[in-house]
Design a protein around this ligand. Structure first.
Ligand SMILES: *[C@@H]1O[C@H](CO)[C@@H](O)[C@H](O)[C@H]1NC(C)=O
Ligand SMILES: *[C@@H]1O[C@H](CO)[C@@H](O)[C@H](O)[C@H]1NC(C)=O
Ligand SMILES: *[C@@H]1O[C@H](CO)[C@@H](O)[C@H](O)[C@H]1NC(C)=O
Ligand SMILES: *[C@@H]1O[C@H](CO)[C@@H](O)[C@H](O)[C@H]1NC(C)=O
Ligand SMILES: *[C@@H]1O[C@H](CO)[C@@H](O)[C@H](O)[C@H]1NC(C)=O
Ligand SMILES: *[C@@H]1O[C@H](CO)[C@@H](O)[C@H](O)[C@H]1NC(C)=O
Length: 473
């Protein structure tokens, strides 16, 4: 362990209490696209290449004024599997989706192009890491033609930089289901990808430097827990056992006794969908499979519900969805999991199946809800709002911005002050009844989903210069 002293100039901000308010910023009854021309739409409609009620948006990532949205091809008639929309204020709260990077790269049936994208990650350099499961129509009659691959597209360069086809033993074309991923810039770069496969679940590790992938399997923590298999989401019973799905990566920088500690052995958090447990594993254990053992995985404790999307900010705050509760949870990883969890939003209408989360550069957390609980059993009712984006200011940035770090020691008063007195009700105590205004489809309506979930949020009244000892190990 070598030590280096470091003068870190940090702009710390003062704290004032403020209620975290969630706003509905977009909502769609069904998804439409920016068609190249009328003929293209006509043809796609006639041939069944576009069936509006079969399109679901599943993953969301924010990057530089755009939301990147994934549309897994679970049913027929999904013309594009990756698309984007402009972020920021808009009059059109149900904008058409622009296929990304192009219509051509979303061509169904061409294994060189994107076939079935469940999630993407976008790193600080603007590289979009796209996981493509290959197999399509997974909810109806699966079409097994293309294998699973990882595609990295550089937004700055405007082109694909990497295509990696996973070998069969890592991701079988008829059995794997690439679900979600996080990226780690350590040692040339790694992607840690959850394979939600019903037969061979695990975490797939891809090393950029080695251009190689392998899979870490651990059935105890990566497969569905039979006792958490049954739950209800807005009255819809879910009883399929669903393996590892959500994944989050912890920051390289931690605080401990007024010191900042840099540790490239980061923590990866994950949970099977059918499970109440949150687990963690060191990235070193994922990177060195020979050293992996039962004791590499830590069981952090229980959540109040099954989860799917999760994201961690660069100061170690985890946000995660709670499906049976129609809620969003928040946990500061500097506190014990069991007692440190909070509900920050709960609403059966606006958070019906919150599927994915993204942190924006300016400290907003955006939640995508997609009513997947309805979609798996039936057709979407096109007269209802089936998808919504909901945003609140939470004051964090994604873990991918770990390097150009602007550490706010006072945020949430959580680091060095007494934590419990400042915090709202812990889970699993149900949140109070939400209060919100009537909503229409305009930006001006603000939906206060949980009134009492107050956070200490940062303002910029003072700037302080702090000096920390940085310990590198
Ligand atoms: C989709 O958008 C186009 C305009 O780009 C419009 O002509 C068409 O009616 C829309 N389709 C549906 C199903 O709303
Ligand atoms: C598909 O999966 C089955 C097991 O479910 C296996 O027996 C079969 O060999 C697989 N086919 C291919 C082409 O991999
Ligand atoms: C495995 O663990 C041993 C002991 O903890 C360590 O010395 C070794 O470097 C590790 N191997 C790898 C590949 O990390
Ligand atoms: C990595 O895991 C080991 C054992 O599971 C643990 O002792 C160690 O503290 C972990 N390191 C980090 C950085 O979490
Ligand atoms: C963040 O979200 C709030 C709503 O909570 C909104 O008023 C604000 O414009 C958003 N900021 C940005 C930069 O998008
Ligand atoms: C934290 O609690 C200790 C006693 O447990 C007290 O002395 C201290 O002033 C408290 N700090 C804050 C910031 O409230």
């Amino acid at each position: 362990m070598n030590t280096l002293t470091f003068l870190l100039l940090t702009f710390c901000t003062s704290i004032h209490t403020q209620t975290s308010k969630f706003y509905v910023i977009r909502q769609w009854k069904y998804l439409n696209f920016t068609w190249p021309d009328e003929d293209a739409l006509k043809t796609a409609t006639a041939t069944g290449d576009y069936i509006p009620e079969n399109n679901i948006v599943s993953g969301i990532k924010y990057f530089e004024d755009y939301y990147y949205l994934t549309l897994p091809r679970m049913k027929k008639g999904v013309p594009a599997t990756l698309a984007r929309i402009k972020a920021g204020p808009t009059r059109d709260t149900a904008p058409p989706l622009e296929p990304f990077p192009s219509w051509g790269m979303n061509q169904l049936g061409d294994c060189n192009n994107l076939q079935n994208v469940q999630n993407v990650e976008i790193d600080a350099k603007g590289q979009v890491w796209i996981i493509d499961g290959g197999r399509v129509q997974t909810l109806v009659e699966p079409v097994v033609k293309c294998g699973a691959k990882l595609v990295v597209y550089g937004l700055r360069e405007g082109r694909v930089s990497t295509v990696f086809h996973f070998p069969e033993e890592v991701a079988a074309r008829n059995g794997s289901y690439l679900y979600d991923l996080v990226v780690d810039d350590t040692d040339g770069g790694f992607a840690y990808i959850t394979d939600n496969s019903a037969i061979d679940p695990g975490i797939i590790v891809f090393s950029v430097k080695e251009n190689r992938a392998w899979k870490i399997r651990h059935s105890k923590t990566m497969t569905a827990d039979p006792s958490a298999r049954h739950f209800t989401a807005n009255g819809v019973p879910i009883s399929v056992p669903i393996n590892i799905a959500g994944i989050a990566l912890g920051p390289k920088i931690h605080t401990s006794n007024e010191k900042l500690i840099v540790n490239e052995d980061r923590e990866v958090y994950f949970s099977p969908l059918s499970s109440l447990h949150l687990y963690s594993i060191n990235t070193s254990s994922l990177r060195n499979p020979a050293n992996f053992s039962d004791s590499s995985v830590t069981d952090l404790g229980l959540k109040s519900s099954q989860s799917v999307g999760m994201v961690m900010d660069n100061q170690g705050i985890l946000y995660y969805t709670l499906l049976a509760n129609n809620a969003i949870g928040r946990w500061d990883s500097h506190t014990p999991f069991q007692s440190g969890q909070k509900l920050i939003a709960q609403d059966s209408k606006y958070l019906e199946w919150p599927n994915s989360l993204t942190l924006e550069t300016m400290g907003n957390l955006t939640v995508l809800m997609n009513r997947l609980n309805q979609f798996v059993y039936d057709k979407f009712d096109l007269n209802k709002y089936n998808f919504r984006l909901i945003t609140a200011f939470v004051g964090g940035r994604s873990y991918v911005y770990d390097d150009n770090f602007n550490y706010d020691m006072n945020r949430d008063e959580r680091m060095f002050h007494n934590e419990s007195k400042t915090t709202p009700e812990p889970l699993p105590t149900p949140a109070p009844e939400p209060h919100y205004d009537d909503i229409t489809s305009t930006m001006s309506n603000n939906v206060e989903i949980v009134k009492s979930a107050s956070h200490k949020l940062a303002s910029s009244l003072f700037t302080l210069i702090l000096c920390f000892l940085l310990v590198r190990r």
